[in-house]
Design a protein around this ligand. Structure first.
Ligand code: ATP
Ligand code: MG
Length: 777
C-alpha cells in the first residue's frame, strides 16, 4: 500500500490519507482525481474499513470495473469483490429490487430503456389523438425526464401552474396528461424507466426512514467521481445517504460540466460546502496526462468562460508537439485526412489503433470517418451508437426473456406477441390494449382470461392467444429449472426466431443470426461467471438488469485493438495518446442550438475543454468547409474555438479558411479595415441561415487582424471570387493539389460555377470554383 501512496504527489496524498469527514476535490482535467478516488478506497480498506461499507459512484460501469480491478491489485480481489461500485443507475436499481415491494413494484420489475419509453409515449400520444408533429415522443420524453430528475412527480406537476404554463407556452398543453398516463402505464407494466431508478430511490429514502437508516448504516463511506455532472435527483440521494456519517468524498471539475442538457446541476459542486459539516476542500494542480502544449492551450480556452472556479493547472510533462489544425473542403476529405494520419503515425511511431480516438460533437459525424477508416483497413469501434442490446433481433430475444421474468412488461409483450408471426394482428393487440387499460390490468393478464372477456375475437384468434400464454408459461417453468443460457437457447428455437432469420438468407439476416449467437455467448459467460461466484444458477433477472443498464461503453471488453470513435460527451474521464476532434465548425461545434445564450455557449466551451484534455501527446483539430447536413450541402466556417486558442500552441497543416462568414459584431475585430460588404458576398450561404449572436451575450473573442492574416498566409480580401470571375476558357492555371492544368470549359454561375480542367498529370476534372483554389499562370 505504502508503495502506491508514495507515488502520489503531496496534494493528492492528503485526501487519500484523510479517513473521515466530508471532502471535495476540485481540480482540472488529468490531475489525478480518479486516481485519488481509487487509492482512497484501497486505503480505507487497508485501514480496516469493511468493503461492504463503501459505495463508489462512477460515470460508467466500465469505469467502476476498472477501478475495482486496480483496487483488487492493491488489496486483493476477495475483499474488493464486496465493494459496491457502479453508476447511480445500476447501484440503485439493485437497491430498488430489494425494496420494491415497499413501493408497490414487483422485485422483478423491468427497466425500460429509452426506446421502450419513447414507444410507449408514442402509443399514449396516439391514444389521446394528439398531433404527433407537435407532440414528438422524444421531446415529450425529454420534458418528462426533466421533471423526474428534478423530483417533480405528476402530482407536483399539477400543483405547479408555472410548469403547466411553460408546457402550454411550448404549445404542448397536454404534456402533464401524457406524463400521468405514462407513469400509470409503466407502473401497470411493472416497469421503471431510467429516471425512475433515481426518482423511486429518493421516494424510498424519503418515505421509509427505516430504509434510509439501513442504507446510511451500510454505506458509511461514499465516494462520487465526476460530481459536476450529478443531477438533482442524484444529489438528493447522495445527500440523504451521507447525512448520518458524513464520510463523503466527491471529486469533480466544474470546467468539465457538460450534461446540463440532461439535468446536471453544476451548483451541486458550488453548494457542497454548505451541505455538509467541516468540509475539507482539496485542489490538485499538476496534470499528469497531457503534454505542456495541450495543458496550456486548454487553459487558454477555459479562461474565456465567465462562470468558473479559478483553478491552476500546470504540468511537468514535456512541451510535446503543437496542436495541429487541418482544413478540408468536404467532410469526406476530412475523414481521409484523419484515416491517413492514423495510418502514417502507426507506421512511423509504432502506435496501436487503440492509441487513437476520434471525437465529435454529434453521432451523425461518424459516418464520414467510418468510410475513410474502412478504406484504409483500420479497425475501429463506434461507441454510443445503437448499443448491441438495442439491435432489433437482440431486443426480440430479450423481449421473450423479459416476458418470462415479468409477464406484465407491455413493451416486451407488444414486441414479440406477433413476432415471428403467429396470427395475432395489430387489431387484436389494440383490442387487448384497450381492455387492459379499461380493467387496469396488464395485457398479459387480459390474455390469460381471454375466454371470460368479450372482445369480439374469433375462436381461432382466442386459441392463438391462449397458445401464446401457454408458451410463455412453459418458458417460465424452464426458467425455474435451468440456467439463463439453456432457456434462451430453447426460446430462440421454440419460437421460430432462428428459423425465421435462416429463411431470410440475406446478408443482413446472417448478421442477425450471428448477433443472436453472440448474445447466447454473452449469456453463457454470464451464467458461468455467476456459477463461479456463489454456485448459484445464473439468474435471468440479473442478466436482464445488467443488459438494461449497460451503456455501449460498458460492453467494451477492450480485448481488440481499435480506433475509438465517440461523442465528446462519452469521452469524459478517458485518455488517449492521440486525439482528433473533428468537425470544428461554427453551428456544429459550438452547436447551432447553443450560440444564443452565454450559458449554453459556455457549456459548449467546456465540452471543447473536455475534448482537448483527453489527449496525452497529440491533438488534431479538423474542420471542413462544406458538409452534408440534413441532406443538404452546407457551407461551414471554422469554429470560434479554434481561434480562442493562443496561436503559440497551434500549427496549421493547411492554409485556413479565409472567408470567415462572421457572426454579427465580432467580424469588426477580425476584418478590421477590410471592406465587409465585399466579404459578405464572397461566400454564398446555401445552408442554414447564420445565427446572430447578440452583442451583450458573448464577449468579443480576442482576435487580432494581424494574427489572422498570418495564420491564413493569404490576403483576407475576396481573392478567390474575384479570380473566379476573371477565369476564361483556355487559361492555364495551377491547382493546389492537382498541379498545372488548362481550363476547357466553364459552366454555371455564382456558387455553382464549375470549371472543367485538363491537368498535366492526366485526367480531366470538373471542379466547383468556390472550393477549388486556382492560380492563373
Ligand atoms: P479527468 O478530469 O479527465 O477525469 P482526472 O483528474 O480524473 O482526469 P486521472 O485520470 O486520475 O485524472 O489521471 C490522469 C492520468 O495521470 C492517468 O493516466 C493517471 O494514471 C496519471 N496520474 C495521476 N496522478 C499521477 C501521479 N502522481 N504520478 C503519475 N501519474 C499520475
Ligand atoms: Mg477522472
Amino acid at each position: 500500500m505504502q508503495n502506491y501512496i508514495d507515488q502520489l504527489n503531496e496534494a493528492q496524498r492528503a485526501p487519500v490519507l484523510q479517513k473521515d469527514g466530508a471532502m471535495i476535490i476540485i481540480a482540472g482535467a488529468g490531475s489525478g482525481k480518479t486516481r485519488v478516488l481509487t487509492l482512497r478506497i484501497a486505503y480505507l480498506m487497508h485501514l480496516g474499513v469493511d468493503a461492504f461499507n463503501i459505495l463508489a459512484l462512477t460515470f460508467t460501469n466500465k469505469a467502476a470495473r476498472e477501478m475495482k480491478e486496480r483496487i483488487s491489485k492493491i488489496v486483493g480481489s476477495t475483499e474488493a469483490k464486496n465493494l459496491w461500485m457502479g453508476t447511480f443507475h445500476s447501484v440503485f436499481a439493485r437497491i430498488l429490487r430489494a425494496e420494491a415491494d415497499k413501493l408497490g413494484y414487483p422485485s422483478n420489475f423491468t427497466i425500460y430503456d429509452s426506446q421502450d419509453s419513447q414507444r410507449l409515449i408514442g402509443q399514449i400520444i396516439k391514444e389521446m389523438q394528439l398531433d404527433k408533429d407537435i407532440y414528438k415522443p422524444k421531446d415529450v420524453l425529454g420534458r418528462i425526464s426533466n421533471y423526474k430528475n428534478n423530483m417533480i412527480t405528476v402530482k407536483a406537476y399539477f400543483n405547479n401552474p408555472e410548469l403547466m404554463e411553460a408546457d402550454a407556452m411550448a404549445k404542448k398543453p397536454r404534456v402533464g396528461d401524457i406524463y400521468q398516463a405514462y407513469v400509470e402505464r409503466c407502473f401497470k407494466a411493472g416497469a421503471m424507466d431510467f429516471d425512475d431508478l433515481l426518482l423511486k430511490t429518493n421516494e424510498l429514502l424519503i418515505r421509509f426512514p427505516e430504509v434510509l437508516l439501513k442504507y446510511q448504516d451500510r454505506f458509511r463511506y461514499i465516494l462520487v467521481d465526476e460530481y459536476q455532472d450529478t443531477n438533482n435527483s442524484q444529489y438528493m440521494i447522495v445527500k440523504a445517504l451521507a447525512d448520518r456519517f458524513q464520510n463523503i468524498c466527491v471529486v469533480g471539475d466544474d470546467a468539465q460540466s457538460i450534461y446540463a442538457f440532461r439535468g446536471a446541476n453544476i451548483n451541486n459542486i458550488f453548494n457542497f460546502q454548505k451541505d455538509f459539516d467541516n468540509v475539507q476542500t482539496y485542489r490538485l494542480e499538476q496534470n499528469y496526462r497531457s503534454s505542456k502544449n495541450i495543458v496550456e492551450a486548454a487553459n487558454t480556452i477555459i479562461d474565456k468562460n465567465k462562470t468558473k472556479l479559478e483553478k491552476v493547472v500546470w504540468t511537468a510533462n514535456a512541451d510535446g508537439p503543437k496542436i495541429k489544425i487541418h482544413r478540408s473542403i468536404t467532410d469526406a476529405e476530412e475523414g481521409r485526412f484523419v484515416a491517413s494520419t492514423i495510418f502514417e503515425e502507426k507506421m512511423q511511431k509504432q502506435m496501436n489503433n487503440g492509441d487513437f480516438a476520434i471525437l465529435y460533437r454529434t453521432n451523425a459525424q461518424s459516418r464520414a470517418m467510418e468510410d475513410a477508416l474502412r478504406k484504409r483497413d483500420i479497425p475501429y469501434r463506434i461507441y454510443g451508437g445503437l448499443s448491441f442490446y438495442q439491435r432489433k433481433e437482440i431486443k426480440d430475444v430479450l423481449g421473450y426473456l423479459r416476458l418470462v421474468v415479468n409477464p406484465k412488461d407491455e413493451e416486451a409483450l407488444v414486441r414479440v406477441i406477433n413476432y415471428p408471426t403467429r396470427g395475432i394482428g395489430n387489431t387484436t393487440v389494440e383490442k387487448l390494449n384497450i381492455a387492459a387499460n379499461h380493467y387496469k390490468r396488464s395485457i398479459f393478464e387480459v390474455m390469460e382470461h381471454i375466454d371470460k372477456i368479450d372482445l369480439k375475437l374469433t375462436s381461432g384468434t382466442k386459441n392463438k392467444i391462449s397458445d401464446f400464454v401457454t408458451m410463455i408459461k412453459n418458458f417460465q417453468v424452464i426458467d425455474q429449472n435451468h440456467d439463463a443460457y439453456y432457456l434462451t437457447d430453447y426460446i430462440v428455437k421454440k419460437t421460430g426466431l432462428v428459423q425465421e432469420l435462416k429463411k431470410d438468407g440475406t446478408p443482413e439476416g446472417i448478421t442477425r443470426l450471428d448477433n443472436i449467437e453472440e448474445l447466447l455467448n454473452g449469456i453463457k459467460d454470464f451464467t458461468e461467471g455467476q456459477k463461479e461466484v456463489d454456485g448459484a444458477r445464473g439468474s435471468l433477472a440479473e442478466f436482464l438488469e445488467d443488459v438494461a443498464l449497460a451503456s455501449d461503453l460498458d460492453n467494451d471488453k477492450g480485448d481488440d485493438d481499435r480506433v475509438a470513435l465517440m461523442t465528446i460527451h462519452l469521452a469524459k474521464g478517458l485518455e488517449f495518446p492521440t486525439v482528433f476532434v473533428v468537425g470544428m465548425e461554427e453551428d456544429l461545434f459550438p452547436s447551432a442550438m447553443s450560440v444564443n445564450s452565454r450559458a449554453e455557449l459556455e457549456e459548449e466551451r467546456r465540452l471543447f475543454y473536455v475534448a482537448l484534455t483527453r489527449a496525452e501527446h497529440q491533438a488534431y483539430l479538423t474542420y471542413s468547409q462544406s458538409r452534408y447536413r440534413w441532406g443538404k450541402l452546407t457551407d461551414c466556417d471554422p469554429s470560434r474555438f479554434i481561434q480562442e486558442i493562443d496561436p503559440k500552441y497551434i500549427e496549421f497543416l493547411s492554409a485556413p479558411e479565409t472567408n470567415y462568414r462572421y457572426k454579427s459584431s465580432i467580424s469588426e475585430d477580425i476584418f478590421g479595415d477590410v471592406d465587409k460588404s465585399k466579404l459578405r458576398q464572397t461566400k454564398p450561404v446555401s445552408g442554414i441561415p447564420p445565427k446572430w449572436v447578440k452583442d451583450n451575450e458573448e464577449p468579443k473573442p480576442n482576435h487580432d487582424i494581424r494574427r489572422l492574416k498570418e495564420m491564413s498566409k493569404v490576403s483576407i480580401s475576396d481573392s478567390s471570387s474575384n479570380q473566379n470571375n476573371s477565369l476564361r476558357e483556355g487559361q492555364i492555371i495551377m491547382h493546389e493539389r492537382f498541379g498545372k492544368g488548362k481550363i476547357l470549359n466553364l459552366e454555371g454561375a455564382g456558387a455553382d460555377k464549375k470549371a472543367e480542367i485538363k491537368f498535366e498529370t492526366g485526367g480531366i476534372k470538373k471542379l466547383l470554383l468556390r472550393f477549388a483554389k486556382l492560380n492563373i499562370l
